[in-house]
Design a protein around this ligand. Structure first.
Ligand code: MN
Length: 191
């Protein structure tokens, strides 16, 4: 079973000025696509040829894990956005964020700091555990929390390819703008 690049439900320039068209053309059109292609090559003749992405993330090692997790991570990241997004979480997620971090603004500050201070390439995550508790995690490279039995709620890609064309080395500016395109209706349903 070959994996495919998932379609976006917004245009490549719809997230401007936060994420510009050129960044989308490279990040979605090339990086994400190459992870899909590479994964399809690597699983041929391997024990993972008929596995789901989630099974690959939980069980694979090396290149199959790295490319499989990057496919999942990017799909999840791009599905967290909408044009003119922003605002705040809804429903149960809103109250658990308030209980855990004191307020949405404090959560935003902690998550942003985790994204800004993550050394090198990786992903910042908001996850929940089996008891519904929330936690902010920094994962290097392709790191995906499903591998540790945690449920991803939100992620920020801090690989340089996510922001370098538009923000160059200014990762804090990218992280600050990231909040303006979040689709909290979709993200809140993940809790
Ligand atoms: Mn990326």
């Amino acid at each position: 079973m070959a994996f495919e690049l998932p379609r976006l439900n917004y245009a490549l320039d719809a997230l401007e000025p936060v994420i510009d068209r050129r960044t989308m053309e490279f990040h979605y059109g090339k990086h994400h696509q190459v992870y899909v292609n590479k994964l399809n090559e690597l699983i041929k003749g391997s024990p993972f040829v008929n596995s789901s992405l989630e099974e690959i993330i939980k069980e694979a090692e090396g290149g199959i894990y790295n490319n499989g997790a990057q496919v999942w991570n990017h799909t999840f990241y791009f599905q967290s956005f909408k044009p003119k997004g922003g605002g705040k979480p809804e429903g149960e997620l809103a109250s658990v964020i308030n209980n855990t971090f004191k307020s949405f603004d404090k959560f935003k500050e902690q998550f942003s700091n985790a994204a800004i201070t993550l050394f090198g390439s990786g992903w910042t995550w908001l996850v929940k555990n089996d008891s519904g508790d929330l936690q902010i995690l920094q994962e290097s490279n392709a790191g995906n929390p499903l591998r540790n039995g945690l449920i991803p709620i939100l992620t920020c890609d801090v690989w340089e390819h996510a922001y370098y064309l538009n923000y160059q080395n200014r990762r804090p500016d990218y992280v600050k703008s990231f909040w303006d395109i979040l689709d909290w209706e979709t993200i809140s349903r993940r809790y």
